[in-house]
Design a protein around this ligand. Structure first.
Ligand code: IPE
Ligand code: IPE
Ligand code: MG
Length: 240
């Protein structure tokens, strides 16, 4: 599972900057998160035409529980509303939705709402949208290791296929973080072993379909070597 070439690219996005976007406008942080959901809709609609087959969006990290209760409650409410209001459009557009992360700490009813949305969209083939919620890569890796140990197979393939439950996904091709910070914040540490990294100062609520197209175009100009040699060097060696 080196690259999502056959099934499209796997693009992962750390959607950062909602709070600063709102604060800069004199608005409560919650309004920034609401604007961020609009960007999710824009990006999900644009993804298939950019050749993206899997899109993983970081929406709530396991460390985000440290935020004030009101902000955490607002984020939980936004996921609840998204699941209630957007599933029909996802189905119409052939989008399969999975939510990755812990389920045992979510408010009452949210786990069931996630399961319903996953079941309703299960036949989507155009795009696999994965929302990372109460997600920690270290937790996901430790969980996979515990499951592998129980099954008696701790190989890399077994680990990769057990990350984030039953829904295996290809390695990440392109990891983008908006909002100006240049760190991973415990996101997809295993799956990003050979991901191309992209950072933009654009705050997530301002991120446009054009920004996505530019980011993907720049990705296609990168040379991925996976530890090997560039193409010309391989030709030189066989000619010698
Ligand atoms: C990203 O935006 C969304 C979540 C982490 C839930 P932030 O809320 O981190 O926004 P900033 O980084 O404070 O601007
Ligand atoms: C990472 O953003 C998590 C999400 C975007 C969901 P944070 O804003 O929580 O990360 P740090 O605190 O800047 O590392
Ligand atoms: Mg942030």
């Amino acid at each position: 599972m080196q690259s999502g070439r056959d099934d499209g690219l796997h693009v992962a996005i750390i959607m950062d900057g909602n709070g600063r976007w709102a604060t800069a406008r004199g608005l409560p942080r919650k309004v920034g998160h609401e604007a961020g959901v609009e960007t999710v809709r824009r990006v999900v609609r644009a993804a298939p035409s950019e050749g993206i087959g899997t899109l993983t969006l970081y929406a709530f990290s396991s460390d985000n529980w440290r935020r004030p209760k009101t902000e955490v409650a607002a984020l939980m409410q936004l996921l609840r509303r998204y699941l209630a209001g957007d599933v029909d459009e996802l189905v119409d557009n052939g989008v399969r939705l999975s939510v990755i992360g812990r389920r045992d700490r979510l408010p009452f009813g949210l786990g069931a709402a996630i399961a319903r949305a996953e079941a309703a969209t299960a036949s989507g083939r155009k795009l696999h949208l994965r929302i990372a919620f109460d997600y920690s890569a270290r937790w996901a890796i430790a969980e996979a290791a515990r499951n592998c140990a129980a099954a008696g197979d701790i190989s890399e393939d077994a680990m990769a296929s057990r990350l984030c439950g039953a829904v295996a996904s290809p390695d990440v091709d392109l990891l983008l973080r908006t909002g100006g910070e240049k760190r991973l914040s415990d996101f997809l540490l295993w799956e990003c072993a050979y991901a191309e990294l992209a950072f933009t100062g654009v705050m997530w609520p301002d991120f446009s379909a054009g920004d996505l197209a530019e980011t993907v175009a720049a990705f296609h100009c990168r040379e991925r070597r996976f530890g090997g040699l560039p193409d010309e060097a391989l030709q030189d060696r066989s000619a010698a």
